[in-house]
Design a protein around this ligand. Structure first.
Ligand code: SF4
Length: 490
């Protein structure tokens, strides 16, 4: 098993572009619309949030969702391209649709997301069953692409936009627990980490209008949601200005020499935190190069800004970080962690992503990753071994020269280290009382409920007469590396 998630499996991977192979499917819905949509989402939360936008677009074009693809008129797979394995999973899945397509030739099958964007027309050549290929910025065009496909014309739209944020589209919450929801605040990424396909599959960075984000949070709160996660490939570079997002207006202002109002990420999280103290806010993914003390002090100011940061390190060695083009050193990363600990305290949850066996990584450099984990004491991490991706800088410039056995050995050492640290960190919580937002019934027993504390740790406790969506105080009396167990005290 090359990828391990050190948490209860039902906790969605917070990383917007890294994947634990999560598959989320559409739910059954009948509002009398004449056609049925079945949608399956692979990969990260950004893809999942996009599937909610796609469902909204299709709903306003005459589609209800269904949870069984046999009953669907249109089947859409929202794909991931972060590792070869993720793409293989999609190809295998398409293979499973062959029989139904033979029985139901009028069914339209489409592929969305990063793999669609990476392969473009080639997808139609390689997978004959596919009728539509639409990239992450082309979802408004889906109803038209479906109409053409129903007329026998296969379609591809993989245009990457510099403006598109789908800010005006109210996502349809799929598979929701009614308590937590995602809000995408920006799209694309301007970093060029050498191992990553995202800049090629999701395009240039653009930040969404903050007032539409606040309105979406208000709407969710009124509908009973009590936690939102703000999503972006690199939330710390969120920057919005009425001027900047409207070029011509910006030039007019500049000509007049007027100052430009810019809303950065610290400003945005304060705006969302002010929706209601009862609404928790999380965000993902942070970037060590850009996370500022201003963001940390904003988090300190509001109790409902959860004290948890997903801060991918990827490696603990500066030479390897340079090869990865992560644009920070080991020392810089440690400086950011020290700032988090100083401003938000030892209890603030920190998680990471680690890549084992990157091109030319030596045993000593691998040891640097393990010692960094000892220093930071991550609560959990997403850990992978390097999977070369076509078209990336690393694929062009570096040889993928670490033997698979060595990659797997190093990955296992990172996993064992994380398991050890997660257990140590969770043991520190025994005897403490945490405020937990109840998300639903635990997977372990109907007699138990589960939720998370501010540090994003899963807490399981006896149901009693507690309800989903409520905040409770839980005294922790036991733990595993992935979970805290306790009793409600108030
Ligand atoms: S920050 Fe790096 S790893 Fe993350 S999406 Fe951007 S390019 Fe990929």
């Amino acid at each position: 098993m090359e990828e391990i998630l050190i948490k209860d499996i039902d906790i969605i991977d917070p990383k917007v572009n890294e994947t634990a192979q999560m598959v989320i499917t559409s739910k059954e819905e009948d509002t009398g619309k004449r056609k049925k949509l079945y949608i399956e989402s692979y990969g990260c939360q950004m893809n999942f949030a996009d599937s909610e936008v796609v469902t909204s677009i299709m709903q306003s074009n005459g589609y209800d969702t269904t949870s069984s693809f046999e009953n669907a008129d249109v089947v859409l797979l929202n794909t991931c391209s972060i590792r070869d394995k993720a793409e293989q999973t999609v190809r295998n899945r398409l293979g499973q649709f062959n029989n139904i397509k033979k029985r139901k030739p009028e069914m339209t099958i489409g592929v969305l997301g990063c793999m669609a964007e990476r392969l473009k027309e080639k997808f139609l050549e390689e997978e004959k069953i596919v009728d539509i290929v639409a990239g992450p910025d082309a979802y408004r065009d889906l109803p038209q692409l479906v109409l053409s496909a129903e007329g026998g014309e296969k379609g591809v739209n993989t245009f990457l936009s510099r403006e598109e944020t789908y800010a005006d589209i109210a996502p349809v919450r799929l598979n929701s627990n009614g308590v937590t929801a995602f809000i995408s605040i920006m799209r694309g990424c301007d970093n060029m980490c050498s191992f990553c396909v995202v800049p090629f599959t999701r395009g240039r960075e653009r930040s969404r209008d903050p007032y539409s984000i606040v309105n979406e949070a208000k709407d969710l709160f009124e509908k009973g949601y009590r936690e939102v996660t703000l999503l972006g490939q690199n939330v710390d570079s969120y920057k919005w200005s009425p001027e900047e997002n409207n070029k011509s207006w910006l030039e007019k202002k500049e000509r007049k020499g007027e100052s430009i109002q810019v809303i950065n990420f610290a400003n945005l999280i304060e705006m969302v935190a002010q929706v209601s103290p009862e609404l928790r806010i999380r965000f993902s993914t942070s970037h060590p190069k850009d996370i500022t003390d201003e963001v940390l002090y904003a988090m300190k100011k509001y109790d409902n800004l959860c004290k948890y940061i997903h801060l991918p390190a990827q490696s603990g060695n500066t030479r390897v970080l340079e090869l990865m083009n992560r644009t920070y050193s080991r020392e810089w990363y440690i400086n950011r962690v020290d700032a988090i600990r100083k401003i938000l305290g030892e209890e603030c949850g920190i998680s990471s992503d680690m890549i084992a066996g990157f091109c030319s990584e030596t045993e000593e450099e691998h040891q640097d990753t393990l010692t960094l984990m000892d220093y930071v004491k991550y609560d959990f991490s997403y850990m992978f071994y390097y999977s070369e991706r076509p078209g990336t800088l690393a694929a062009k410039k570096y040889e993928d020269d670490i033997p698979l056995a060595t990659k797997k050995k190093r990955l296992q050492e990172i996993i064992d280290k994380q398991q050890e640290i997660s257990l140590e960190r969770n043991r520190l919580d025994i005897g403490k009382i945490h405020e937990v937002l109840i998300e639903g019934t635990s997977k372990r027993s109907d007699e138990q409920l589960q939720g998370r504390n501010t540090a994003n740790k899963v807490v399981i406790f006896p149901r009693g007469n507690q309800q989903k969506g409520a905040y409770v105080k839980v005294k922790v009396n036991d733990c595993t590396a992935a979970t805290l167990f306790g009793e409600v005290v108030s």
